[in-house]
Ligand binder design. Structure first.
Ligand code: GRF
Length: 193
């Protein structure tokens, strides 16, 4: 199973996924990290792990379609089976979705369908809800709307700060994402035999 990880920022989820691949708990190989931000820290993480990096921005292209067509070309060249979004802060467009239907997975830091979008942790915290969580889902054309694969909830305690909540959410993500990816990949491999 050839994996591509897409990320835009810090890359802590990328790091735990790469470690799980290295340890053999996620079957497959990470063929490339794609990053749309040339100075993102995730690029340094990939270099340290000797994972090939591809980085360009939609701003380098005339349209999102042309940007995604370039990306698609690279993914097809590498014969990528599965795209893993790990803090990739863009909506996947039709160009990639059509070819990778049901083969793109995302992690989102809320209990979807609540609090979709870029600031899921903060939005839940500020809304006053008593619990939030993490969702792993297949990507469709909507914003954080595809079929849900797994969810885990966490209580928001009265004395939690936003920073406390962020730490709790990230701890869940770092445990849940590698575990769920391993399950999805194993079940997809089972289906192909
Ligand atoms: C995570 O909270 C993830 O749920 C969201 O973006 C964040 C990425 O964090 N989609 P990192 O770059 O993996 O540290």
């Amino acid at each position: 199973m050839k994996l591509a990880v897409f990320a835009s920022g810090n890359g802590s989820n990328f790091q735990v996924i790469a470690e799980a691949v290295e340890a053999g708990t996620i079957p497959g190989e990470i063929s490339l990290l794609f990053c749309d931000k040339k100075d993102a820290y995730v690029i340094q993480r990939a270099r340290t792990l000797s994972i090939p990096v591809i980085s360009f921005s939609p701003k380098d292209f005339e349209s999102k379609e042309i940007y995604e067509a370039e990306l698609l070309h690279l993914l097809e060249e590498e014969q990528i089976d599965l795209i893993i979004l790990a803090g990739y802060m863009r909506i996947i467009g039709a160009t990639l979705l059509e070819v990778f239907a049901n083969r793109i997975i995302n992690i989102h830091p809320s209990l979807l369908p609540d609090f979709p979008g870029l600031t899921g942790i903060k939005d839940a915290f500020e809304s006053g809800v008593k619990k939030t969580g993490v969702t792993i889902h297949f990507v469709d054309a909507g914003v954080d709307t595809g079929p849900i694969i797994a969810q885990e909830s966490v209580a928001i305690e009265a004395d939690d700060t936003l920073s406390d909540l962020e730490k709790k959410i990230h701890a869940i993500e770092h445990r849940l994402y590698p575990t769920v990816l391993a399950q999805v990949i194993k079940s997809q491999q089972g289906e192909s035999f």
